[in-house]
Ligand binder design. Structure first.
Ligand code: UN1
Length: 525
């Protein structure tokens, strides 16, 4: 197929579209001859200029009344709703997830707008009684200033919206470096935000890679004093680096990092429900979600029954170009980089002594599972892969793989299941299938994770629930719902004294003195 003609796109800095000397292409995940667009590689001066534009825009934007900012957020939601189908198709084309999931991910951004539109009419502070008369105390949420945002390619609109929408609503301005794996979706999202009426300079977008590129330059802007907040979704290794730079600048970053999420299946579980939940947790989005299941932990007495039914379901998984086949379960890898990282876990499995139950690496036209359709050579597709005899300590038990692969881990009873579930350095999401009230309770109580599902998958964040993890999955910050507001505002406490004289807290309080001591025993002598 001949290569398609492609347009050049620019960085969005202030009211300018700014091109860079270097550029890169965004190609469709499903068909590497389909070039979606050519995007600039912003240099350091351009990233700095974007931060300066955001600084300049901050004064006016932060003074815009919150309900008015909320109205604009509502208009962004309307623009996203109008463009939902086209955006979803772009997400599928650029990133490779199925249309059903792509529509869900655009809906996640719309839901986020709906939630924060009305938050503009709340954004409450408190009035608090003072120790002294004629004095009032109150609290205000104040915006932080300029926020640097770096996001990943697997959820190119939902996850950026979790940061951008609340940051805008609370009065901050932004420099966003979207993933180099999905720049077209980012560009479209930024254009819709501008269409809604968000003024130039409030959201600036710089394109390019991470290391030694736009992403790193944006992190370095913390050291130049140009950023007041940083928000990142990506790997734990990069999150630690960002945390170090933020720390020495006394900034509190939002860090949403990796996961190795456990899915426990107890002996009493509804096996049909557990099998479909396990299939989705492991293989939806081709395993390229930070909430994908990493280890399926199965109670010994149902291990064989579960394994048989799970493998049957794995063999029936439909894989193809999701733009051509609406009913596929998963499509290609986002790109070669993701594919190669996944492929190397086959070596780990073999070297560490795990047993490969199903899967043969890359899908090719000569070697494909029954559920595959189309031309495997147009892209990178992975066999659904299942391992057993995987134990804590093995690399594939401990480390995030980000691809279509899952480990079956046999345990005996709830205590062992929870121990195995907690034996990783991550703690993002988790799930248990059981109808035993006490086991579900114990799991909820003892699991080390930011999110837990009972009788549902490890995925499924909703826009009004806190999203985030513990341990290596983040630094405790939360996105979505009311909880995210604390990450884009600081609390300002104000004392308003109208007494007309010096009143000192703790000293001039005029506490009412005590009366004479009472002994209850003596009262009734
Ligand atoms: C991510 O992979 O970074 O709950 C986010 C889910 C999605 C969000 C995943 N709604 O799986």
């Amino acid at each position: 197929m001949p290569e398609t003609l492609s347009r050049n796109y620019a960085n969005l800095i202030g009211d300018q579209e700014v091109v860079s000397t270097k550029s890169f292409e965004s190609r469709s995940s499903s068909n590497h001859t389909d070039i979606i667009g050519v995007f600039p590689e912003a240099d350091k001066a351009q990233v700095r200029a974007a931060c300066q534009q955001a600084q300049e825009a901050f004064g006016r934007w932060s003074k815009t009344p919150a309900p008015i900012r909320g109205e604009l957020i509502g208009s962004i939601g309307e623009a996203l709703s109008r463009e939902k189908e086209a955006l979803s198709r772009l997400v599928t084309r650029e990133m490779g997830k199925t249309l059903k999931e792509a529509r869900g991910s655009v809906q996640e951004a719309i839901d986020t707008c709906h939630f924060f539109q009305s938050e503009g009419r709340r954004l409450y502070g408190q009035t608090v009684p003072s120790e002294m008369p004629n004095k009032e105390l109150m609290t205000y949420r104040r915006p932080l200033g300029v926020v640097g945002i770096v996001t990943a390619g697997n959820f190119p609109i939902a996850v950026p919206s979790w940061k951008i929408i609340p940051a805008l609503l609370t009065g901050n301005t932004i420099v966003w470096k979207p993933s180099e794996d999905a720049p077209a979706v980012a560009y479209a999202f930024a254009k819709l935000i501008a269409e809604a009426g968000v003024p130039a300079g409030v959201l600036n977008v710089v394109f390019g890679g991470g290391k030694d590129a736009a992403g790193q330059y944006l992190v370095e802007m913390m050291d130049e004093g140009l950023l007041d907040k940083f928000a990142f979704t990506g790997s734990t290794a990069v999150g630690r680096l960002i945390g170090e730079v933020a720390g020495r600048n006394l900034l509190h970053p939002t860090l949403e990092l990796g996961g190795k999420n456990p899915l426990v299946i107890m002996r009493d579980a509804d096996l049909d429900n557990a099998v479909s939940g396990a299939i989705f947790s492991a293989f939806a989005t081709g395993g390229q979600r930070c909430t994908s299941a990493g280890n399926i932990i199965i109670d010994a007495s149902i291990y064989d029954a579960f394994k048989t039914r799970f493998l049957e379901a794995v063999k029936a998984i439909k894989i193809a170009d999701p733009l051509e086949h609406e009913d596929v379960f998963y499509g290609p890898f986002i790109n070669q980089r993701f594919f190669e990282r996944w492929l190397s876990h086959y070596d780990w499995g073999q070297e560490d002594g795990a047993t490969l139950l199903y899967g043969q690496g890359r899908i090719s036209n000569d070697n494909k599972p029954a559920g595959f359709s189309g031309d495997a050579s147009a892209s990178y597709y992975g066999w659904p892969t299942v391992w057993e005899n995987v134990k804590p300590g093995m690399r594939q038990f401990q480390q995030e793989v980000f691809g279509p692969t899952i480990n079956l881990v046999k345990v005996n009873g709830i205590a062992e299941a929870i121990e195995a579930a907690n034996a990783v350095d991550y703690g993002l999401s988790s799930a248990i299938y059981t109808n035993h009230r006490e086991w579900a309770y114990q799991f909820k109580d003892q699991i080390e994770a930011g999110m837990t599902s009972i009788n549902n998958t490890t995925n499924g964040a909703e826009a009004h629930m806190p999203f985030g993890g513990v341990k290596g999955s983040g630094n405790g910050t939360r996105e979505s719902g009311v909880w995210v507001l604390d990450n884009y505002t600081y609390w300002h406490g104000v004392n308003d004294d109208i007494s007309g004289k010096l009143q000192l807290a703790q000293m001039d309080t005029g506490y009412i003195g005590a009366g004479s001591e009472v002994s209850v025993g003596k009262l009734f002598d």
